[in-house]
Design a binder for this molecule. Structure first.
Ligand code: SAM
Length: 257
């Protein structure tokens, strides 16, 4: 019986699983991390391609199934633990391939972006979330998440998977997205903490004019924005990542070092 609260929607269609593996472009020397291995159908394909697979599964019952199924495989390391707490810092460079439980999509991506040693992530996620990753200014899906992901990575939706291919089917459609780490962030900012603070406070009140949502960051936001040539009446969703970087860098000219 699938455990709904653990996001257990299994993808057992071999053709779709193979398409996911193809998107990941696994080389024979690669180390691959799979988050939420479930019953191991994706794992079975990954161990044929990669030098080493680290598969993490939180559910002890599924972990036992995985242990039994892959008893003989030397290049698979199984971990029965919460993927959010896994020490990714300690395993060198790796590619992630996962049909992740949707309830941890955001925290797991933030965690992996923070540790920085992933090469790419090929993830099956909720369609709406995938669209937020790639969203551009002016679109409904554009959010702080779009800017954070696009700052560190490039992301591309590769294909969609209708709910009927999962067992049991989720209530939403899914998308396979490929996220690749940038060697340099998308824009140069004088202070990353201030950049993300500005982005988060701007989108925290996305319907408000940017001048109002920057009150927590700068004393006289309207005057400041006018002075640097940004229309203070604009809303967060109208500003590009370059605009946010520009606001940060102008503001940082007055930051205390
Ligand atoms: N990879 C399998 C597949 O494609 O059929 C299963 C995917 S299913 C969407 C997500 C899996 O993640 C489930 O097996 C679930 O038990 C596991 N899971 C849920 N929360 C987890 C967590 N915090 N850490 C590791 N695994 C987790």
């Amino acid at each position: 019986m699938a455990k709904k609260k653990l996001g257990q929607h299994f993808l057992r269609n071999k053709e779709i699983l193979q398409r996911i593996v193809n998107v990941a472009e696994i080389e024979p020397q690669d180390k691959v991390v799979e988050i939420g291995a479930g019953m191991g159908d994706l794992t079975a394909l990954l161990i044929e391609q990669a030098r080493e697979v680290i598969a993490i599964e939180i559910d002890p019952a599924l972990f036992r199934i995985l242990k039994e199924r892959f008893r003989q495989r030397q290049n698979l390391k199984l971990f029965n633990q919460d993927a959010l707490k896994f020490p990714y810092e300690e395993i060198g460079q790796f590619k992630v391939v996962a049909n992740i439980p949707y309830y941890i999509t955001k925290p797991i991506i933030f965690r992996l972006i923070e540790v920085r040693n992933f090469i790419s992530m090929t993830l099956t996620v909720q369609k709406e979330v995938a669209q937020r990753f790639i969203a551009v200014p002016g679109s409904k899906a554009y959010s702080a998440l779009s800017i954070i992901v696009q700052y560190y990575t490039t992301a591309e939706i590769k294909f969609y998977i209708p709910a009927k291919f999962f067992s049991p089917p989720p209530e939403v459609e899914s998308a396979v997205i490929k996220i690749q780490r940038r060697t340099e962030p998308a824009v140069k900012v004088a202070d990353e903490k201030i950049f993300f603070k500005i982005v988060k406070s701007a989108f925290g009140q996305r319907r408000k004019m940017i001048a109002n949502s920057l009150k927590s960051v700068v004393d006289e936001p309207k005057e400041f924005l006018n002075k640097i040539g940004i229309n203070p009446l604009k809303r967060a969703e109208e500003l590009s990542i370059e605009d946010f970087a520009y606001i940060t860098n102008e503001l940082c000219k007055f930051c205390k070092k």
